[in-house]
Design a protein around this ligand. Structure first.
Ligand code: NIG
Ligand code: FE
Length: 418
């Protein structure tokens, strides 16, 4: 089956070379104006300018039942977003904490009261795997309509052997039926459960000796993650857990430097982490360490927005030469939205990233941050035809500028509209 898409106002992020972008490279967003795109069997086959007439040749050669021509009518086409950090398997929303926060309680106050992550863990313990699956699948379906074409999903609301395995099995089932690629991350080290409050080593032993062996045996995760933060997991505890994950065949991602200068960035770089995520609290040393490493800095600005924290220092990170990705952190506590269009808008508005930079950070660099760069993240020959068709745009910058408005007309996944 071949589809020729014609009259594309702008074909965005067209790349022959696959490359993780760092520093000034992020501002370079290759675009073909007035373009065509050819999709064959769900993959990108060719592209170019309408004026070249090459699409017409293909059109004439293939004029048979297996050819369809779509007139984009001046839509802009982008590669779908690669959301490399989410927690979309959860049992219940937490808007009562949202109201508590409005009344003055801090994230740490709520966590100390047994709210926050522990609240989500209590709800998850009494929710069946099937119900969790149905809720997560509904979220996934909504996110695809918002332009997400690959997603990473974490455990971390189980905090018991049964709970963590239940979450990872839900993610495994999602992987089996999802039209978009999914990566699974084991985040058993998200918080210490109340029963281990006085016996932290006991919970770490549970992760190392009971959870990880089953996860490795059943191939339930691609990555290991830990919340390296004051009041959660120390640098030493995070290191122990991540090293055990590496021994079990998992690559490292770390929740680092969200609330404090935790040392999580330096640890992530030392462990050759795929990414260190959050990065609200950064000093020059952490920035320099990240800039001179192969670890991706994944910024989660909607978490900073929702928690009313200061934003990640995106400009400093880019100026220092870091490789930056953007992700939604979709979770019930700190970012109850997975809308990557809003992530991009807020990154421009609050972190002073350029429209070109946010698109690169949420597509090609997001793909690298979840290791789907060979199949997604740019308009490249042989990659999946996972595409965003926009409503008419005056220019590409109109997308992040016009925040909160839905500018997506339709989304194509594997060559078919959803
Ligand atoms: O990435 N920071 C730690 N974990 C999540 C929030 C989890 C929650 O509050 O439920 C995050 O922001
Ligand atoms: Fe997170």
């Amino acid at each position: 089956m071949t589809t020729i898409i014609i009259n594309i106002k702008q074909l965005v992020n067209v790349r022959e070379e696959n490359k993780l972008l760092r520093g000034t490279e992020l501002a370079n967003l290759p675009i073909i104006d007035n373009a065509y795109l050819i999709v064959e069997d769900g993959l990108i086959k060719d592209y170019g300018g309408m004026a070249s007439g090459k699409w017409q040749v293909e059109n004439d050669e293939l004029k048979n039942d297996t050819l369809q021509t779509i007139d984009a009518n001046g839509a802009t086409i982008l590669p779908t977003y690669c959301d490399s950090h989410t927690h979309i398997v959860f049992a219940a929303t937490r808007e009562s904490e949202f109201v508590d926060k409005i009344k003055g309680l801090s994230y740490a106050d709520i966590a100390a009261k047994g709210g926050g992550i522990l609240n989500s863990a209590a709800k998850l313990a009494t929710t069946s795997e099937d119900d969790l699956f149905d809720m997560a699948f509904a979220r996934l379906t909504e996110l695809i309509k918002l332009g997400t074409g690959a997603i990473e999903i974490k455990s971390g609301y189980g905090l018991s052997v049964d709970g963590e395995l239940k979450m990872l099995r839900v993610i495994q089932r999602l992987k089996q039926i999802s039209p978009i690629p999914i990566k699974a991350t084991f985040l058993g080290a998200h918080a210490f459960p109340t029963i281990y409050k006085e016996n932290k080593q006991g919970y770490i032993d549970l992760i190392l000796n009971e959870m990880l062996p089953i996860i490795a045996k059943e191939n339930l995760a691609d990555y290991i993650d830990a919340f390296c933060e004051e009041g959660f997991f120390s640098v030493d505890q995070t290191e122990t857990i991540c090293k055990a994950g590496i021994d079990a065949g998992l690559k490292v991602k770390i929740h680092a430097n969200q609330l404090h200068l935790s040392g999580g960035v330096q640890l992530g770089v030392k462990l050759q982490a795929l990414s260190v995520d959050h990065l609200e609290a950064m000093d020059d040393e952490a920035i320099e360490t990240l800039a001179t490493s192969n670890t991706i800095g994944t910024l989660l600005p909607t978490a900073a927005f929702f928690l009313r924290m200061h934003y990640q220092p995106a400009r400093k990170l880019i100026d220092a030469g870091c490789a930056i990705a953007l992700a939604s952190d979709y979770n019930p506590g700190s970012s109850p939205s997975g809308n990557m269009n809003f992530v991009n808008a807020i990154s421009c508005i609050q972190m002073k990233m350029l429209p070109e930079e946010v698109i690169n950070a949420s597509t090609i660099n997001g793909a690298y941050a979840m290791e789907v760069e060979k199949e997604l993240g740019s308009i490249s020959k042989g990659k999946k035809a996972n595409l965003i068709f926009t409503k008419p745009l005056s220019s590409l910058a109109y997308m992040p500028y016009s925040f909160g408005n839905n500018l997506i007309d339709k989304v194509m996944i594997n060559g078919a509209f959803v």
